[in-house]
Design a binder for this molecule. Structure first.
Ligand SMILES: Cc1cc2nc3c(=O)[nH]c(=O)nc-3n(C[C@H](O)[C@H](O)[C@H](O)COP(=O)(O)OP(=O)(O)OC[C@H]3O[C@@H](n4cnc5c(N)ncnc54)[C@H](O)[C@@H]3O)c2cc1C
Length: 445
């Protein structure tokens, strides 16, 4: 392979602060707010021009439920607060019994697994308002490039933006890039999932359907999401679609090109005056790319097991009802580096655990725990392994989180969703192979 040498150069240090959060998705917003509310000075670095990540730029405007499918609320704190931020200035279909803040611990709503759809522009503006109100320094349009290491401690990061390359220094760093960009480049152990299924979303308007749907159900029904590629919860047996590695530049370009080709194929068949797409994703819609291999991992074999260092309860948001597991604080970091935490869809959870931890509520939960722990570490010696876990848990509980399973959560028999069972697809392959375009709207049409 041909290589070139990058010349050494002097780089300006733009800021020295307590906590730097890299990535402004749901996990990053939650982490930044939690750290700030614990008294830390916080800078949030975001490569796009708005907050929300997959939940806004990736069009995933569906906040999964806060309960275990048996009516037991398992999430509170910032997970509940961010749901209300998402729906603050826009439409929503949150059932009324979940609108009470905070929602009671037992809710009589177990007829279905509710989900809350939200309006993306309204959520983006409400996220801006939240971080500004909290006094968080947000740098948009700024990409993390590489860590500045001193032994096994991250002293700072290099970023790239229109001003060129610059450096930010901090006591503690939280990686919420979704893809473990900081972890990987700092040499922290990670695991990669090279087989992301193409499953892309966009909003559509079909005027005749719009009129009927608006009368019957309002804007959410009138401007439905249309999916392209594989939908993990339906039978895709006839699909022949390659999978892609979301940690590799070529893999990502393959995914992006194919997802847009599927959209174009569909649009070509529907070019008419009363039909259009309203949106397209501006963040690649990969689910699981690269995650932390932490000091501990989510154990989803022992449902309801007591975890001494638990930072919160989690469950599979599509099982109905679902088993509940406690997530360990040590699943947010590795001993390989002293002062880095992970949060969001890249925490330490393998196999089915990764599926569980990547949903929006779980991302908000781990963000809040990481932000709180980062503030505690920054006020101490900076080492995230030295955080007083009892104090961390005390703050999380004070702020409304439920860190241990209750007898009511155990009082049910879980029914597992065959999520991903039907997500058949061929491995790898260049574009141009046979593609049976699959497209669905939310009703499966
Ligand atoms: C197709 C699809 C459907 C889904 N459906 C649902 C659903 O119905 N309900 C649900 O609850 N969950 C769903 N999920 C999962 C959920 O949307 C995501 O896992 C979750 O939003 C991830 O949040 P996050 O903050 O961890 O990561 P992300 O949302 O990926 O945020 C990462 C942020 O980091 C930024 N970033 C990345 N790299 C850098 C860098 N180098 N420098 C600076 N910034 C960087 C990105 O721009 C982004 O803003 C779905 C996911 C997909 C892909």
């Amino acid at each position: 392979m041909k290589t070139v040498i990058e010349e050494a150069r002097e780089i300006k240090v733009v800021k020295e602060t307590d906590v730097i959060v890299i990535g402004g998705g749901i996990a990053g917003i939650s982490a930044a707010v939690a750290a700030r509310r614990c008294g830390a000075e916080v800078t949030l670095i975001e490569r796009s021009v708005c907050l929300g990540g997959l939940a806004t730029n990736g069009l995933v405007c569906v906040y999964f439920p806060l309960d275990d499918g048996g009516g037991n609320r398992i999430f509170g704190g910032l997970t509940e607060e961010l749901l209300h931020v998402c729906i603050k200035y826009g439409y929503n279909n949150l059932p009324d019994c979940w609108k009470v803040k905070p929602t009671p611990l037992k809710v009589d709503n177990p007829k279905n697994r509710y989900r809350s759809t939200f309006n993306i522009p309204a959520a983006v503006l409400a996220f801006d308002e939240l971080v500004q109100t909290e006094g968080i320094d947000v740098m948009f349009d700024t990409a993390f490039a590489s860590p500045i290491m001193e032994g096994n401690t991250v002293k700072g990061i290099f970023v790239e933006n229109k001003s060129g390359r610059s450096a930010y220094l901090a006591k503690v760093f939280i990686d919420t890039t979704g893809d473990s960009d900081l972890l990987y480049r700092a040499g922290i152990p990670t695991e990669t999932d090279p087989e992301n299924i193409v499953s892309s979303w966009t909003h559509e308007i079909n005027v005749p359907e719009f009129m009927k749907a608006y009368e019957a159900g309002g804007l959410i029904a009138a401007v439905p999401l249309r999916w392209f590629g594989l939908r993990p919860d339906v039978d895709n047996t006839n699909a022949v679609i390659p999978k892609f590695d979301g940690t590799d530049a070529d893999g990502r370009n393959g995914y992006i090109n194919l997802s847009r080709k599927l959209m174009l194929d569909y649009l070509k068949k529907n070019v008419r005056d009363d039909y259009c797409f309203m949106t397209y994703p501006t963040q690649i819609q990969t689910r699981m790319t690269r995650r932390l291999v932490g000091k501990k991992e989510l154990n989803c074999k022992d449902a309801y097991a007591y975890v001494d260092s638990s930072i919160g309860c989690v469950c599979h948001c599509m099982d109905f009802p679902a088993e509940v597991y406690e997530f360990p604080y040590e699943g947010l970091y590795s001993d390989a580096v002293t002062n880095v935490l992970a949060a969001g869809r890249m925490v330490s959870a393998g196999g089915r655990g990764w599926e569980i931890m990547r949903s929006i509520p779980q991302c908000a939960l781990t963000g809040e725990a990481a932000g709180t722990a980062a503030a505690l570490a920054a006020a101490g010696d900076g080492n995230v392994d030295h955080v007083d876990i009892k104090e961390l848990q005390r703050i999380l509980v004070k702020n409304g989180n439920i860190i241990h399973c209750t007898p009511a959560m155990k009082d049910k028999t879980a029914v597992f969703n065959d999520y991903h069972k039907n997500a058949k697809a061929t491995g790898g392959g260049a574009l141009g192979i046979k593609i049976d375009t699959l497209s669905y709207n939310e009703e499966g049409h």
